[in-house]
Design a protein. Structure first.
Lengths: 165, 165
DNA sequence: ACATCTAATGTTATACCATAACAGTCAAGG
DNA sequence: CCTTGACTGTTATGGTATAACATTAGATGT
């Protein structure tokens, strides 16, 4: 289901295994220590895999990569690692894509919206304070106690919008 | 996966097969005629099923009910009807639940947010103009052209919040 | 160092969600 | 009529996710 973006093609966003990924990884390590949870090898590797990926990765994509590196080859291996990352704010689940992506700003405010590009399958994490506040307001208006929210937008990223010359 | 709410128990929201459902159904018929599409028996029945349900229904729940009434018993039967309803604004897909729910306000503005109660599995459609506007703004800030969005909140509805005495 | 306890991993098995592809059917317009 | 296009039905298959249990590795107290 995935991947013209995950192959090797170019892509709109500027993520990839750059210095930024290193910083995020370091941040994740510190955060795990602070919380008293363990960023074990599989979990760390899973996070790295997400960080290196363009767009978002399906659990089975992650699983395949993990398996190829000597980790378990069965679905729970991937799901457990991914769920761990999500629970601790190190990754996000993109429900529309049945996929996961590394959190771009671990440790910070976690009200994020995701901008999913239909052109290149990239997923951008955008700060969503305003959106979240508006949602809280709407929920409050009907007496609903909001715990967490999923905000996902579909459209065209700046790059792909331009490419529609 | 579904249903303590779908059985026969009480529920927070006040939907069900009331007069309101009749009105929505009539509205749907008119809207279909206006658009030049056909609200065939399966489709109409599917909409009725959604309207009668508490919370949201999975495609396979709908399918089972349809099958019991003489319609086809295979997944595409349900998925086609459900997708038709969603495409024409008569139902919504709740991705977090892998489920569908009847639209509470067909024909009107379709920027809606969904409030999913963890207590009773009810799904409430809330107007989301403010949320949607804020999201458009956030998208615009990064040059993203927004086409459509999914906004789903998880928490406790007014009824269940109170019941936590 | 040792016993113990808990958390994490691995594996098997299975359940649930969704769609592709094709065959038959029905309704509307020529 | 009879053709045409939309709709329904069926078969088959693929993708997503979790339950349950066995095993192993880390932390803790003594």
């Amino acid at each position: 289901m995935t991947d013209h973006a995950a192959e090797g093609g170019f892509c709109c966003a500027d993520h990839s295994g750059t210095a930024n990924a290193q910083a995020i990884l370091a941040q994740a390590e510190g955060q795990a220590r602070a919380r008293g949870v363990r960023l074990t090898p599989v979990r760390k590797r899973t996070l790295e895999i997400l960080l290196q990926a363009h767009g978002a990765l399906g659990a089975y994509d992650v699983l395949q990569r993990l398996g190829a590196e000597g980790y378990g080859t069965q679905p729970p291996v991937a799901y457990r690692a991914l769920n761990f990352l999500v629970e601790h704010g190190l990754a996000h689940r993109i429900r529309r894509l049945n996929a996961f992506t590394a959190c771009a700003h671990p440790g910070e405010e976690h009200r994020a919206a995701f901008l999913i590009c239909e052109g290149c399958d990239s997923v951008t994490e955008a700060p969503a304070r305003g959106v979240s506040d508006a949602l809280a307001l709407a929920a409050d208006a009907v007496g609903f106690h909001l715990e967490r929210a999923t905000i996902e937008a579909v459209g065209l990223c700046a790059g792909c919008k331009g490419a529609r010359a």
